[in-house]
Each structure stands twice: as C-alpha cells, then as structure tokens.
Design a protein around this ligand. Structure first.
Ligand SMILES: [Zn+2]
Length: 182
C-alpha cells in the first residue's frame, strides 16, 4: 500500500512531471488532490492519482463560481460549482481571504460568488475575490431573506429596505448567470 497517498501529499517534482488527474501543481511539487494510488507515467511525464471519481481541480488563474459554505473573520470557504463556466459535481472547496476588504458583509453563507484561483498551498486551494469582475453574483437580504437590488456600492432589500454591503461582481444580477445556474 506504499503507493497510497493522502490529499496534499507530494507525489512528484514539477521539474520532472506535469500534474495529471486528481492532482494539482503548487508551483514546486505535484500534490495529490484526493486519497488514491499514485500513478507516475514516465512516457507522458505526468503524475496522477487513480481514484474512482475524477475530480475537477481548478488551476491557477481559473475563474470559478461556487456557493459560500462558511464565512469567518478573515476568510471564507467556497464549494466550487463551476470551473471556467463548466459545471463540476466534485464539490472541491477553496479558501478566499477577505481580510483586506473594507466591506461589512463581503458575502453570506449560501451566496453565489465568482472567484479567481490564486494558488495551491499545502493542499488548500486559495482564491481571490479582489478584482472588479469577481464577487457576489447572488445574495439575499440578511434580515428577511428577500431579493436585493444594487445601490452604488451597496445593496438594498426590496422588502424591508435594509441596506447592506457585499463585494459585488460586475456581473451581479446578470441574466446569464441565472441561465448558468438552471
Ligand atoms: Zn429584507
């Protein structure tokens, strides 16, 4: 069982091998993204992990859309639903720092957000929300759960008129996104 690895385990150097299935490249090493058996292909020069389910691991620079799973003081965790517009069912999570944003509620749990993948560090996928196009695509009123509409940098509830803040994507409220979700 010596070929079995755990998520985050180093499986090869990126100087020798490319990241294959179920792995990611952290800029130095190819690491396992899942539990499985290590597969080194010497002719294709790829290092992969054999796993019954093929995971979709976003690469650095990919644009992902996901559901906010948790919001903490300095970061939030997002369950990824789309990678570069393609749906993914493997529910890989990424972490997004929110500590540099001067926004009251960057996003709420269950909001839909668009992020860009920054890097893979120690088995964790890190993403950013700090670009104009990135941010919340869908949110609700924190007080009553009703629909909100954008108001300059803020949002306003159409029911209770509560004004709040989010890091809105420039695509917030776009019809394309509704189609994408359906
Ligand atoms: Zn409300």
């Amino acid at each position: 069982m010596s070929d079995m690895v755990l998520p985050g385990d180093k499986i090869a150097s990126i100087e020798e091998y490319e990241a294959g299935h179920n792995t990611f490249d952290d800029g130095d090493m190819v690491r396992a993204a899942t539990v499985g058996r290590k597969e080194i292909d010497g002719s294709a020069r790829t290092a992969s992990i054999e796993h019954p389910k093929l995971l979709s691991i976003p690469k650095v620079g990919d644009i992902v859309i996901g559901t906010v799973a948790a919001v903490m003081a300095t970061m939030m965790a997002i369950s990824i639903d789309y990678i570069n517009g393609k749906p993914t069912t493997s529910k890989v999570e990424c972490i997004c720092s929110i500590k540099n944003l001067r926004i009251r509620n960057v996003a709420l749990v269950n909001d839909i957000v668009m992020l860009k993948i920054l890097n893979h560090l120690n088995g964790t996928i890190h993403a950013t929300v700090e670009e104009r196009g990135l941010g919340v695509l869908f949110t609700k009123c924190r007080k009553c759960g009703s629909k909100v509409v954008p108001m300059r940098d803020a949002i306003k509830c159409t029911e209770c008129s509560w004004i709040d803040e989010r890091k809105l994507s420039s695509d917030f409220g776009s019809g394309d996104f509704v189609k994408l979700r359906g």
